[in-house]
Design a protein around this ligand. Structure first.
Ligand code: SF4
Length: 240
């Protein structure tokens, strides 16, 4: 990945927009989204490759971003990526937004901790199903190895979860084989069932029979089934 240096005053931004939150506890809430470009992982099914595999960005000042959020008229901000915790500038942006009274959600894979506090820390630990094995975008396998080394570090996930006044653990699931890995993680993290969300992988609305196993897994364990409202409303479209 070609890197542009960023200090505390700027962030590399792929897009900003206002939409309804599509995933998690705050589904349906009108929110200002700020998508940072750049990621330290390479999930095979990444639905924002323009912020990971092929990062696109423009450099924007923190003050400019905060001003846009406040002018948007909504009361919730979602800092997402890519991996927003990769960049130091996320700390002053989060702080400014909260200082102005906005509710801030951070969406992260939980591989990097930062000195900040947000309202909802949404951690999506990456399961084995995310590793880009034999991916043509990774001809030498270097990213697959890096991804596998970086994707899960329990002490860091614990630290990141504590940065939120509230938190959720959102798992992208692809097959029933994922459940054993999730159960192990949930046990290790001592997570409340109510904070565990299972979201079927994919960028289309799934046929109900194909996700019945996800629903059943949630019902059996007290976890939450997590649909993607933005996909149902807008399809797999940027800026939504
Ligand atoms: S962590 Fe998120 S942004 Fe990064 S590659 Fe995975 S899905 Fe994409």
């Amino acid at each position: 990945m070609r890197r542009t240096p960023h200090d505390r005053q700027t962030l590399p931004i792929a897009e900003t927009f206002v939409s309804v939150q599509g995933e998690g506890k705050l589904t349906g809430v009108a929110s200002w989204f700020c998508r940072v470009s750049g990621c330290n992982l390479r999930c095979v099914w990444c639905d924002t490759p323009y912020a990971s595999w092929s990062p696109e960005s423009e450099t924007r000042a923190i003050a400019d971003l905060a001003g846009e959020a406040l002018d948007s008229g909504v009361r919730h901000a979602v800092l997402t990526g890519g991996e927003p915790m990769l960049f130091e500038g996320i700390e002053p942006l989060c702080s400014r937004l909260r200082g102005a009274g906005l509710h801030v959600t951070i969406e992260t894979a939980g591989t990097i901790d930062r000195d900040l506090t947000c309202d909802l820390m949404s951690v999506s630990p990456k399961l084995a199903n995310s590793t880009p094995v034999d991916d043509p975008r990774d001809p030498t396998g270097a990213w697959a190895r890096r991804h596998e080394q970086r994707r899960l570090h329990l002490p860091t996930i614990r630290d990141v979860l504590r940065r939120g006044e509230d938190h959720q653990l959102k798992f992208v699931v692809a097959s029933p084989m994922d459940l054993a890995e999730i159960e192990k993680l949930v046990d290790s993290l001592d997570a409340e069932p109510d904070n565990v969300l299972l979201m079927p992988e994919g960028v289309t609305v799934p046929d109900p029979p194909s996700v019945r196993w996800v629903v059943d897994a949630c019902l059996e364990r007290g976890w939450r089934y997590c649909p993607r409202l933005h996909i149902a409303l807008f399809g797999n479209t940027r800026g939504t």
